[in-house]
Design a protein around this ligand. Structure first.
Ligand code: FA5
Length: 336
């Protein structure tokens, strides 16, 4: 540099340097391009900013001051531009390669929840738990003894008709009622008993708005000294009012089940309803059932009931077609 370098020329070169450096940093698309620009403009040894700095020496003191201030500003601007370019190309390298735009707003995760039938089952377990009932389980593939024989349903009984049951090979079937679990519980423990059982049952019923070939039942069984029909009615009434509302009424209608004597159908009527609706069956455990499991019918008495969980769930949520519960349509399920 000559000692008489002009301030104007030096400044013009500095402006040009700034402009081309900024466009290099801003235009860089990957880390390699940023590094190349860094070396070209800010490199320690031969960077163009270094050359611009050396021009200070050829200026007279007054010009040095003016040029020096401008030089410092430009240097700082370029360093910042270099840092910004580095951050820009390094951050989304992987995403950009896949064509993702990481600046788009995120997708809100869609949270699911339990199926209304599962919610109902859990609430029933909770409610009966407060009445002192624990939960028992039994298999869905059941043997003829537990589904029929021990429940006082002899081979000649119409309930055993092949057209009314899903028989499998080798003496088993898909259970047609949760009453099977009564037997399994009593086989395994002496009285007193206070259990509920919840689960799927299967019947080749014609499917319509209130019937399915697979549905769920809740079974209740209480055995002790001195258990009466009044206890049965009290438990069912308290349950119905807890689950469906204080103003729900229940009615016992005389009926017949081979494993209870006397037997009743349990109907419910709720506020605003125009007719009694059957929710299940119930009764006092038949002495023959006690004998089948080795309990002494002279010693203990008991009640049992079996209610349709779909019917309870549908009543609770004012669902008018049972088939909606099985179609897995999230527009429907999302409402509960
Ligand atoms: C029984 O299944 C007896 N085991 C109930 C029982 C238990 C009586 C203990 C005495 C002692 P039933 O077949 O009526 O009874 O069925 C009971 C309830 O299951 C019905 O009231 C109804 O709510 C429901 N239910 C029956 N069939 C279907 C079906 N195809 N689809 C949906 N729910 C059904």
């Amino acid at each position: 540099m000559s000692a008489n370098d002009s301030l104007d020329a030096a400044q013009a070169d500095l402006e040009a340097l700034e402009a081309s450096a900024l466009s290099a940093f801003q235009g860089a698309r990957d880390p390699q391009a940023v590094e190349a620009a860094r070396i070209e403009f800010l490199g320690q040894k031969q960077g163009r900013i270094k050359t611009a700095q050396e021009r200070l020496r050829g200026l007279d003191p007054a010009a040095k001051k003016v040029y020096g201030q401008r030089f410092n500003t430009v240097k700082k601007t370029l360093e910042d531009a270099c840092d910004a370019a580095k951050a820009r190309v390094e951050r989304p390298a992987a995403a950009v390669a896949e064509g993702l735009d990481i600046t788009l707003p995120g997708l809100r995760p869609r949270l699911g929840h339990r199926h209304p039938l599962t919610q109902t089952a859990e609430e029933l377990v909770d409610l009966f738990g407060r009445f002192g009932f624990s939960v028992a389980r039994g298999p869905e593939v059941e043997d003829i003894f537990h589904n029929f024989e021990a429940l006082n349903i002899p081979a000649s009984h119409p309930a055993r008709d092949p057209l009314d049951n899903f028989y499998l090979s080798n003496g088993t079937m898909l259970r047609s009622q949760t009453s099977t679990v009564q037997i399994r519980v009593m086989e395994n423990q002496p009285p007193p008993v206070r259990v509920i059982a919840i689960g799927r049952v299967y019947r080749p019923d014609t499917v319509d708005a209130t019937h399915s070939f697979m549905f769920h039942q809740i079974e209740g069984l209480m055995v002790d000294r001195g258990v009466t029909m009044a206890d049965l009615k009290t438990v069912l009434r308290l349950f119905a009012q807890s689950y469906l509302g204080r103003d729900v009424k229940i009615r016992f209608r005389p009926s017949f089940f081979p494993f209870t004597e006397p037997s009743v159908e349990v109907d419910m009527l709720w506020h605003g309803g125009d007719r009694w609706v059957e929710m299940g069956g119930a009764g006092m455990v038949d002495p023959n059932v006690f004998r089948a499991v080795g309990y002494d019918p002279e010693e203990v008495t008991g009640f049992a009931f079996g209610l349709g969980i779909e019917r309870l769930c549908m009543r609770r949520h004012a669902i008018d077609d049972i088939r909606l519960l099985y179609q897995n349509d999230t527009r429907f399920l999302g409402q509960f």
